[in-house]
Design a protein around this ligand. Sequence first.
Ligand SMILES: Cc1cc2nc3c(=O)[nH]c(=O)nc-3n(C[C@H](O)[C@H](O)[C@H](O)COP(=O)(O)O)c2cc1C
Length: 333
Amino acid sequence: MKIGAVDLPTPFAIAPMAGMTDTAFRRLVKRHGGCGLVVTEMVSAEALTRGIDRTLEYAEYTEEERPISIQIFGGDPVKMAAAAQIVEGMGADIVDVNMGCPVPKIAKHNAGCSLMREPAHAARVIAAMTKAVRIPVTVKMRAGWNDGERNAPTLAKMVEEAGAAAIAVHGRTAAQSYSGSADWDLVARIAGERTIPVFGSGDCIEPEQILARLDAGVEGVIVGRGVLRNPWILAQAADLVAGRPARPVTVADRGRFLLEYIELLLRERVDEARAMSHDRWIVNKLRALGSWYTKGLDNGSHLRTAINTADSLAALRAIIAEFFSLDAAAVLS
Ligand SMILES: Cc1cc2nc3c(=O)[nH]c(=O)nc-3n(C[C@H](O)[C@H](O)[C@H](O)COP(=O)(O)O)c2cc1C
């Protein structure tokens, strides 16, 4: 599969998830295989163009994550074009525009999903960006703003005409936030109507569901919360596509993933002067991941509670090692 001239080894991507899909997490998922594209957490175009350090941290990536898409949000065509040039200068393979974020803090600035309420303006943003850069410009949108404005098919057409190289559609409205379920019929309809690749997003928790979505007509599937629960889900989907049984994931594998995540986070650059110590930052990161990772796990709620009470890395490692019956020191040596 291709987005513009960028080859994707598989049609499966890790969804952008603010606060969750940092470079360490993305690398670990990618190492397990099956992942064709990673997208960064969303980055403010305004802050990028002003060169705010903290924003640059969100856009950081490593070579092993390629192909990499950096997602930006904003609503001003001139600033979005300038931000796209910065993203291109950072070496990203793709620049993605967030037209799905329902959070009022973002949406009220004419960015995120509120762009869907002004499709002509949204198309101008994309046109300005495609003129400014050579890398593909892609759009991630929702089904629409609310039930009365389910205009993703129209917006998809308009951004394609404005030069977008691919579209991803999360089949919920902004008003739904994460309630109800994603409307994959709408996503498949858009895929049928467009000539550029259309990715669908929403509610894939099992690898079999990813395949069923492909069979329904989308070119690619972006998986968010399913990856946070099961970082092997894309590799398992790739197994199924290749006609193999989905690889088993042992309890020990699941424990090792968390310990390796801690180790990678330890090597990340953190501005300690800003807010908190590096260790504290990692503890918070593990708590955030723990709330998803423990879902569907036997005794998962116990692990979640234990992680939430751990106040040091040593305590965190001990909790993980005990829960997954691992020798933490041996795993990391
Ligand atoms: C914690 C969290 C953070 C998210 N952050 C972003 C984001 O920064 N940009 C974006 O386009 N979508 C974001 N999303 C939406 C996901 O990319 C995805 O479209 C949505 O969760 C539906 O897919 P899923 O059911 O596979 O999770 C976020 C979702 C979650 C749960």
